[in-house]
Design a protein around this ligand. Structure first.
Ligand code: SAM
Length: 251
C-alpha cells in the first residue's frame, strides 16, 4: 500500500514506518463465503494486536469482543461498491467524506472500554453504525450520535433492518454528548478531537472509561484511554498513533 493511500485512509492505526515517513443480534441473510472472510478478518486483528503489543500492553483482546465481531455482517454496513472489501482489515469510504473504521481499531476501542452486559454506552460518530452494532452485542444499551444527517438516518434504518433494538441513535453534535441519557459507563469517540470534550467527561460515570483519538485534523493523533476514578479525578493513557477523521461541529 502506498504511503499516499495509507495517509488518505481514515480511522486506523499508523504503522511506525509511516510515522517515520511523516516525521520525516442480526437477522440479515449471510452469503456463503462471508463467514470465511470474517474469520480471516479476525485473524488479521490478532496479527495487528501482536504487532502493536508494545503500544497497547496486551497480547490479546477480550474474546467476547472478537466473538461478536465474528458474526456481525460488516458487508451490510458499507456501500455496494465496497462490499467486496468489507472484511479487509482497513477503513473503507462510506460517503460524505467519512469512513467505517479499521476492524482492528474497532476491536481495540471496544476492548479498552471493558463493556459489560448491564452497561449503557455512548458512541460519538455513528457513521455506518458498525461500531454501535459491535457494542450492542456486549452492553445493555448503546446511544449513538452522528452529525451528518444522511449518515445518521441511513444507520438508523440499518439498525432497524438488521434488528438492533438496543441501539438508540440521533442526529446532533456529539461534542455535547447526550445529557438526558447520562451518565454512561463508557464513551467511544470515533472522530479526532484536539481535546477531551468537557461535556463528555461530565457524562461519564465514576469508574467509567472513555476512548478517544486526540490530535489535530490531518495529523497523526494519539488514541487515548480516559478513566474517571470514583473520586471524579481523571487518569489518561496514550496508547498508539492513529488517524481518524476530525470531530466537526460548531464547538
Ligand atoms: N463509528 C463509525 C462506524 O462504525 O462506521 C465510524 C465513524 S467515522 C470514523 C467518524 C464519524 O464521526 C463520521 O461519520 C462523522 O460524520 C462523525 N462525526 C464527526 N464529528 C461529529 C460530531 N461532532 N458529532 C457526531 N458525529 C460526528
Amino acid at each position: 500500500m502506498s504511503v499516499i493511500k495509507h495517509l488518505a485512509s481514515g480511522c486506523r492505526w499508523i504503522r511506525p514506518i509511516v510515522l517515520m515517513l511523516l516525521v520525516g443480534g442480526s437477522a440479515i441473510a449471510d452469503s456463503p463465503g462471508y463467514g470465511d472472510l470474517r474469520r480471516g478478518m479476525i485473524e488479521e486483528i490478532h496479527a495487528d494486536v501482536r504487532a502493536t503489543v508494545t503500544y497497547i500492553e496486551k497480547d490479546a483482546l477480550d474474546k467476547r469482543v472478537l466473538d461478536v465481531m465474528s458474526v456481525i455482517p460488516r458487508h451490510a454496513f458499507v456501500p455496494q461498491d465496497q462490499k467486496p472489501h468489507a472484511y479487509e482489515n482497513r477503513p473503507l469510504p462510506i460517503g460524505h467524506g467519512q469512513t467505517i473504521s479499521q476492524p482492528y481499531i474497532v476491536a481495540l476501542m471496544t476492548d479498552l472500554i471493558r463493556p459489560l452486559p448491564g452497561h449503557r454506552s455512548l458512541e460519538i460518530g455513528t457513521g455506518s453504525g458498525y461500531q454501535a452494532a459491535v457494542l450492542a452485542g456486549l452492553v445493555d444499551t448503546v446511544y449513538t450520535i452522528e452529525i451528518i444527517e444522511p449518515l445518521g438516518k441511513a444507520a438508523a434504518t440499518r439498525f432497524a433492518a438488521l434488528g438492533y433494538p438496543n441501539i438508540v441513535s440521533k442526529i446532533g453534535d456529539g461534542y455535547y454528548g447526550w445529557e438526558s441519557q447520562a451518565p454512561f459507563d463508557s464513551i467511544v469517540v470515533t472522530a479526532a478531537s484536539s481535546q477531551i470534550p468537557p461535556p463528555l467527561i461530565n457524562q461519564l460515570k465514576p469508574g467509567g472509561r472513555m476512548i478517544i483519538p486526540i490530535g489535530g485534523r490531518f495529523q497523526v493523533q494519539q488514541l487515548m484511554l480516559v478513566e474517571k476514578q470514583q473520586s471524579g479525578a481523571l487518569s489518561t493513557r496514550q496508547l498508539l498513533p492513529v488517524r481518524f477523521v476530525p470531530l466537526t461541529g460548531e464547538h
